[in-house]
Design a protein around this ligand. Structure first.
Ligand code: SF4
Length: 349
């Protein structure tokens, strides 16, 4: 049984191996603190499970620390294998995390970095919620641990930081969480299997480029026309500066960048848009990932209800982008049945 998150004790899931060693130094020698780190990564829900520790050590850890700071309040499973979890945090805020099927025995974990989001993209349910607060590293790592438990044997071997929130607004805690997730003695997921998706915050991209780690980076571009983009994504920053920051990131990481576009019927699927994408991508090594908008009731743009793009609109936009010399992929619509698809996360009444 996992511990309930009601205790106010410090939660150990968000500490790196070194941090844990220092924190536990009064109680445990370093090699035992490393064992605790490994037990946490294996998903231990109580200190009693840590059989390599002595009885008194386990009792003392139980008295002073916790291993969980979230509580599962809902679990929804889609026919396509997607599982969405709703988790209550200690202060009552709720977040969501999603496990997408990734072939036999595997899965992709989509994690949240904020409760709500302050950026207010018009096509996004999370944006409509407003902003509650940043998540701590433990709250991020724990989403992964809980998704693994919920996945019933499916091991999340890819991480996408594309859930609720703008990750680069919470970069320090994200960095701490990634240190835990990437550690070879812990969860051991390499940075090349982790994608951080951002709306394009210039300062954050620069900082990530300069200070690392260097996960794969995806820019939620959606429109490469400045004015339209600003309308759809009010928190968007100037495209020229975003492009400059991306070029720096590419130089440092040596990785191909993903340009994501949420396709909105009748809004951003025309020839002018494709040409703007072509101009924006010039000089960068990119792949465009198209995400046909997943319906969320009540969302509108300039007084008109948003609609899904038709199959024809999607096909023609793919051809237009390819005509611009761009490499294009299309995201499958997974998780729609549980409101766990892209842009659908959030607990609106
Ligand atoms: S799309 Fe991302 S950045 Fe925009 S409101 Fe939603 S969660 Fe925030």
């Amino acid at each position: 049984m996992n511990e309930a998150p009601n205790a106010e004790n410090p939660v150990l899931t968000g500490f790196s191996r070194d941090e844990l060693s220092s924190l536990l130094a009064p109680l445990l020698p370093p090699y035992k603190a490393r064992q605790v780190f490994a037990w946490i990564a294996r998903g231990a829900g109580s200190f009693e499970e840590m059989s390599s520790l002595g009885k008194r050590e386990r009792q003392e850890l139980t008295r002073r620390f916790s291993l969980r700071c979230t509580r599962e309040t809902a679990r929804l499973a889609d026919r396509d294998g997607t599982v969405k979890l709703r988790l209550a945090l200690r202060d009552g805020a709720e977040i969501e995390a999603v496990l997408l099927s990734g072939g036999p025995g595997r899965g992709t974990a989509c994690l949240s970095t904020q409760a709500g989001c302050p950026l207010g993209c018009v096509f996004c349910k999370t944006g409509a919620l407003g902003f509650l607060r940043n998540l701590g590293a433990a709250e991020m790592v724990e989403q992964l641990l809980r998704l693994r438990e919920a996945g019933e044997g499916r091991e999340p071997d890819r991480i996408v930081i594309m859930g609720m929130g703008e990750p680069l607004l919470n970069l320090e805690e994200l960095r701490r969480a990634l240190a835990v997730i990437m550690d070879g003695e812990g969860l051991g997921i390499s940075r090349r299997r982790i994608t951080v998706s951002t709306s394009g915050l210039v300062r954050g991209i620069r900082e990530l480029a300069d200070r690392g780690p260097l996960p794969r980076l995806a820019l939620s571009l959606t429109s490469a026309r400045e004015e339209l983009r600003k309308g759809l994504m009010p928190g968007a920053e100037p495209l020229a500066q975003v492009k400059e920051a991306l070029a720096r990131y590419q130089e440092q990481s040596g990785q191909r960048l993903t340009l994501e576009a949420v396709l909105l019927g009748g809004i951003n699927t025309g020839a002018e848009e494709a040409a703007a994408f072509g101009r924006f991508a010039r000089g960068l090594d990119t792949v465009v990932n198209l995400i046909p908008w997943n319906p969320v009731e009540g969302l509108s743009f300039r007084g008109r209800a948003l609609r899904e793009p038709s199959a024809g609109e999607i096909q023609s936009f793919v051809r237009l982008l390819e005509g611009e010399g761009l490499k294009v992929t299309r995201r499958f619509r997974r998780g729609r049945g549980v409101g766990g698809a892209c842009g659908q996360l959030g607990s609106l009444p």
